[in-house]
Write a protein that binds this ligand. Structure first.
Ligand code: COA
Length: 150
């Protein structure tokens, strides 16, 4: 597997937010054909409490994700995306670990996510466990997964 060095950062500027959204657009709207009005939602609004992440290869945005408050002690991971040409390099895992670090610093006890079933193994390798039945969202099969942080 080719190993790359990426820079993963919390989004703190308009430019970084545009970069994160560009990766999400390429992966979810263009590649997976998720409707644009579902891909961008109220949790992307400024002031919603969502923490966004963007990953760069040199100056090029190549990965993104977001972490948002979900329930007391629980944060939800969403929109984990790596551009097609960068997959299989460990970037997805690095993005997940960056979010886990941030969630711990914020005092969360556990993380929840709804995995597209094709990516279930990716999350299992990071310690997430499936819960409940498969359901469909935006025409894509999903399964809920959780991980305790402490
Ligand atoms: N199925 C099974 N295993 C997978 C996998 C998949 N779809 N994707 C990654 N893995 C494994 C890798 O083989 C690697 O295993 P290893 O530790 O034994 O070497 C490990 O998970 C980490 O992989 P990594 O290279 O960090 O993953 P990635 O950078 O390719 O990113 C996704 C994974 C899912 C984020 C990426 O494929 C993606 O963006 N897909 C499209 C968007 C998407 O579906 N997002 C998930 C929404 S829930």
């Amino acid at each position: 597997m080719k190993q790359q060095t990426y820079r993963i950062q919390k989004v703190t500027s308009d430019q970084a937010m545009q970069d994160a959204l560009a990766v999400r657009r390429a992966v979810f709207i263009e590649e997976q054909e998720v409707p644009a009005d579902l891909e961008i939602d109220e949790h992307d609004r400024q002031g919603s409490g969502t923490l966004h992440f963007v990953a760069y290869n040199e100056q090029e945005p190549v990965g993104a994700s977001r972490l948002r408050p979900y329930a007391p002690g629980v944060a939800k991971i969403e929109r984990v995306a790596v551009l097609k040409q960068e997959r299989g390099t460990g970037l997805g895992r690095q993005i997940m670990l960056a979010m886990e670090e941030a969630a711990k610093e914020l005092g969360y006890d556990s993380l929840k996510l709804n995995a597209q079933t094709h990516a279930q193994r990716f999350y299992e390798k990071l310690g997430y466990e499936p819960h409940g039945d498969v359901f469909h969202e935006a025409g894509i099969a999903h399964i809920a997964m959780v991980k305790a942080l402490r």
